[in-house]
Design a protein around this ligand. Structure first.
Ligand code: 3PY
Length: 250
């Protein structure tokens, strides 16, 4: 049985007062939701103050971590610094990191390994662009991104500490969402890739859908057998919408 997981990716939004107000509102509304894991991933600078406001059942996540343990990495944040703040999850390989900061599979794998070392649970994002989908390359791209990380870890079992988020790039920040059938198709394929590595991993690993998930489409997406939760962008900045999605998963 895979516990549903809903993680809010706040991206680069909000000043400290906004972060505190949003965290308070989510914690208050999410009280009493059972059977799911809820995670808030604010920008790095807001982690301590959001962390201070969380109550049982709501966890703290970060939006990236460094590819090295410590030292000469100006501007980066080490995984164990995040763990030290009470962070449980870390988003890695988001398409915005791949697109705007040139993070490739090797860089993402190095970050993944650091996250595992610090006992953080990585949320590995994969997904195709519209051109790749139109060219019939969705499965090839997703397989390449997953294998590009797993092949660089010590063993496939290492992947097991984490979660995979399928986020079609064409559905990020565009208001477009994959249909429930499109999402299920790719999630089932991801489970096949994992099963080739390790059958138990395929059964246990949670697969999230990300890309304009909102209250209006959440129930449909979450009803799919291989969709175990969501990585929520814009809707995670509105406590009512975010908790409505959490309720749809519970
Ligand atoms: C989105 O839904 O826009 C996201 O990028 C979630 O990570």
């Amino acid at each position: 049985m895979r516990t549903p997981l809903i993680a809010g990716n706040w991206k680069m939004n909000g000043l400290s007062a906004d972060a505190m107000a949003l965290a308070d509102a989510v914690v208050e509304r999410a009280a009493g939701l059972d059977g799911i894991e809820t995670v808030m991933c604010p920008p790095f600078v807001h982690l301590p103050m959001v962390g201070d406001r969380l109550k049982e059942g709501v966890r703290l996540g970060a939006q990236n971590c460094a590819d090295a343990e410590q030292g000469a990495r100006t501007g980066e944040i080490a995984a164990d610094m995040l763990a030290d703040l009470g962070v449980s999850y870390v988003i890695l390989g988001h398409s915005e990191r791949r697109q705007f900061y040139g993070e490739d599979d090797a860089a993402i794998a190095a970050r993944y390994a650091q996250a595992l070392k610090a006992r953080l649970r990585p949320i590995l994002c994969v997904g195709e662009t519209l051109e790749e989908r139109d060219a019939g390359r969705t499965q090839a791209v997703v397989a390449e991104q997953i294998n590009g990380v797993v092949d660089r870890l010590e063993s496939a079992a290492g992947l097991g500490g984490g979660v995979i988020a399928y986020e079609p790039v064409w559905a990020i920040g565009t208001g477009r969402t994959a249909t429930a059938e499109q999402a299920q198709g790719v999630h089932a394929f991801i489970r096949e890739i994992l099963a080739e590595r390790q059958p138990a991993l395929a059964d246990e690993m949670r697969l999230l859908y990300g890309g304009s998930m909102k209250p209006a489409n959440a129930a449909d997406l979450l009803a799919q057998p291989d969709v175990d939760g969501g990585l929520i962008g814009g809707a995670s900045l509105d406590a009512e919408d975010f908790v409505a999605i959490c309720a749809a998963a519970a």
